[in-house]
Ligand binder design. Structure first.
Ligand SMILES: [Zn+2]
Length: 253
């Protein structure tokens, strides 16, 4: 069996950053080929550290990682893209924070879709810097992230009867992860109303490239409704996920 290389070089986006010991930092980094990894940035909290001193959240860096027995050590970190606008604009910075936190919470270690996740996050941070309509950037990110982590919302079939949806007002089921038509609502709990305009917007976002999505003209009320629906679904999924993690810990004890 070939021995794993002792060191590797990789691009990465910083998802999480915690202080460690007196001088070090523990970084959670999303990479294209190694998935999500934790690495120690030695001496990163010293203001004079030149090798790994500038690892800020949601920056893209080039890392040289030495494999440790349990955890890698970042020997070098070179800034590739600071996404400056996200540091200057409070609202856009908050979106970027939310984007990396969401990705961190939805993924485990050594995620299969690492490469596509990395591309999606990298494009999203760049778009948050360049695009006029940040809310469309975020909806596009959420819908495609859910897809990559296995929670693609079903928007074309009724999740109860599996028939094709008619052009009429529908419902959305957080529990079933998709649209429920008005004829199949009796068996489903906790449904939210899904007007046709929101359904059309979500479908468009799900199946179109961003270049087409960004051309949409959307009024504020529709933005608010779409945001509320997706956030509701994401919150439901994360709470369920947290509960299952808690359950695993409980039965281990
Ligand atoms: Zn149905």
């Amino acid at each position: 069996m070939p021995r794993p290389e002792r060191a590797f070089r990789t691009q990465g986006i910083i998802l999480k950053r915690r202080d460690m010991n007196e001088a070090d930092r523990l970084l959670t980094v999303l990479t294209p080929d190694h998935g999500k990894i934790d690495v120690i940035a030695k001496g990163a909290r010293k203001p004079t550290s030149r090798s790994t001193g500038h690892v800020e959240l949601y920056t893209r860096v080039d890392l040289l990682v030495h494999r440790g027995r349990e955890i890698g050590v970042a020997a070098q970190a070179e800034m590739l893209e600071p996404y400056l606008r996200l540091r200057e604009d409070l609202q856009r910075g908050a979106y970027a924070n939310y984007a990396v936190e969401l990705l961190d919470r939805f993924t485990g270690d050594s995620e299969e879709a690492g490469n596509r996740l990395f591309t999606l996050l990298e494009q999203t941070l760049a778009r948050l810097c360049s695009e006029k309509e940040a809310r469309l950037v975020m909806r596009y990110y959420e819908i495609h992230l859910l897809d990559l982590v296995g929670f693609r919302p079903e928007l074309f079939q009724c999740v109860e009867g599996h028939e094709e949806l008619q052009p009429e007002e529908q419902y959305f089921s957080y529990v079933s992860g998709g649209v429920v038509c008005p004829r199949h609502t009796s068996g489903s709990a906790a449904l939210v109303r899904l007007p046709l305009t929101i359904l059309k917007l979500l479908r468009h976002i799900q199946r179109s490239p961003f270049a087409q999505v960004k051309a949409l003209q959307i009024n504020g009320a529709l933005h608010d409704d779409a945001e509320r629906l997706i956030l509701g679904y994401i919150t439901y999924l994360l709470e369920r996920k947290l509960q299952s993690v808690e359950f695993i810990h409980r039965i281990r004890r």
